[in-house]
Design a protein around this ligand. Structure first.
Ligand code: RP5
Length: 164
């Protein structure tokens, strides 16, 4: 069974990362979601990644704020794609997490998405685009979603647009 793994560093990340799970669910994509920290529970993180990969996890989405080493740590434990979601919070309000997540040394990639809510949702989309490389049904659903997004822009505009 193929699925996506969502890891977050703290329960305080859940409100944002729930949107990632909800997005995957809305496309019928199976996922697991756990709290595990690179700093507070390094052994739990490693055990989960090794076990999840054996059970069929195809993409790891890792969200964390502040020092935000979770995505980088997971990248060191698997050759599956790792998507990092930097989260706001702390004295630097997410700039720290963004730099920590994006600035990986060569050979240990983390595909970093936007900060916060948009990143949580885009991490789900990016994971699905990876899965869709070998899942034509999911590829069709993603194409249909693009059409819907375009239609929404047009209908939103019609409500307010001014043209000469
Ligand atoms: C990170 O530290 C977590 O991902 C969270 O975003 C941040 C603060 O964690 P808490 O102190 O709220 O548990 O590891």
């Amino acid at each position: 069974m193929s699925f996506v793994s969502i890891l977050m560093g703290s329960k305080s990340d859940y409100e944002v990362m729930k949107k990632c799970g909800d997005t995957l669910k809305s496309f019928g994509v199976k996922y697991e979601l756990i709290i595990s920290s690179a700093h507070r529970t390094p052994a739990r993180t490693k055990d989960y990644v090794i076990d999840a990969e054996k059970r069929g996890s195809k993409v790891f989405i890792c969200a964390a704020g502040m020092a935000a080493h979770l995505a980088g740590a997971v990248s060191a434990m698997t050759t599956k794609p790792v998507i990092g979601v930097p989260l706001k919070g702390g004295a630097m309000d997410g700039m720290d997490a963004m730099l920590a997540t994006v600035q990986m040394p060569k050979g240990m990639p983390v595909g970093t998405v936007a900060l916060g809510n948009a990143g949580a949702i885009n991490s789900a989309y990016l994971a699905m685009q990876i899965l869709a490389l070998s899942d034509s049904e999911l590829a069709v659903k993603l194409s249909e979603d693009r059409v819907m997004q375009a239609k929404k822009v047009e209908s939103d505009s019609k409500e307010i647009e001014v043209r000469i």
